[in-house]
Design a protein around this ligand. Structure first.
Ligand SMILES: Cc1cccc(C(=O)NCC2(NC(=O)c3cccc4nocc34)CCCC2)c1
Length: 246
């Protein structure tokens, strides 16, 4: 996977390239990363890359020409297909399913907006898809881009190592995670659920699945819409629903 970020703040991406699982995977050569700064492509001496919006209104808009040139340069550095994603509040919500699809791409170019956004004509001609990480206001597309990158990288083979497969992540099976505990066995007078101390791995796995189902049903019931259930999940859901009905 070759990630490129078109960004005015390339240094921000050190959060992924110099730390954690993603940083280690980069050093191991499991993925590649580079940035393109639109300021390099400003066609005036002073490096203007933003200008006032036609029609008036507050703030500035990123100009089309430097972004078009930056995207073109990024594409020229890709072997094979490349996909340009604009991180944007107008984008399709990022979901695990979308992350899994993006993880199949050999080259992803992430366009990060700043100011009030980018000239629409860039989106119409050079961007393949727009993705949003949520309905709130942030200052730039860099943090959303890094969230997308982290989620994609965790799905790449060998990035997580054999210690944890991304498939075990509850979100990979569309459920919220179960509660987790570690030492001490009693903290602040609160014990750990007995079943986790039992050593009975089948019962522990069933307890964890039941807790994931309970949490999903109570906090994010919409995640269960349209989801297929294994016989075990169906049985546990039945028991939970009966319990809640009484
Ligand atoms: C709900 C709403 C309505 C109007 C503007 C904004 C807003 O935040 N505008 C500012 C910018 N926001 C984002 O890029 C951005 C924001 C949120 C999620 C995202 N997922 O990806 C990129 C995202 C756009 C240009 C510079 C940053 C947000």
């Amino acid at each position: 996977m070759f990630f490129q970020a078109v960004t005015l703040f390339p240094e921000m991406f050190a959060a992924l390239t110099e730390h954690g699982v993603s940083g280690r995977a980069l050093r191991q050569g499991l993925w590649r990363f580079d940035t393109v700064n639109p300021r390099q492509f400003a066609d005036n001496r002073l490096g203007y890359i933003d200008d006032r919006p036609f029609g008036g209104g507050p703030g500035m808009i990123m100009m089309a020409a430097p972004l078009q040139a930056a995207i073109g340069f990024a594409r020229s550095r890709c072997q094979g297909d490349s996909r340009v994603v604009y991180l944007s509040p107008q984008g399709a919500p990022l979901t695990h399913r979308r992350v899994a699809a993006l993880a199949q791409q050999p080259n992803l170019i992430l366009l990060c907006g700043r100011y009030e956004g980018v000239d629409e004509r860039v989106l119409q001609t050079h961007v393949d898809e727009e993705i949003s990480i949520g309905d709130f206001v942030v200052s730039g597309g860099e943090l959303p881009a890094m969230m997308l990158m982290d989620a994609v990288l965790r799905l790449l083979p060998d990035v997580l190592g054999d210690s944890r497969s991304a498939e075990q992540d509850s979100f990979a099976d569309g459920l919220l995670d179960c509660p987790h505990y570690t030492r001490p066995a009693e903290f602040d007078g609160m014990p750990v659920p007995e079943v986790l101390m039992s050593g009975n791995h089948a019962k522990i796995a069933e307890w964890r699945l039941e807790q994931s189902l309970r949490r999903t049903l109570s906090r994010r019931p919409e995640l269960l819409d349209g989801r297929m259930f294994s016989p075990q999940e169906a049985r546990l859901l039945e028991r939970i629903r009966k319990e809640q009905a009484n």
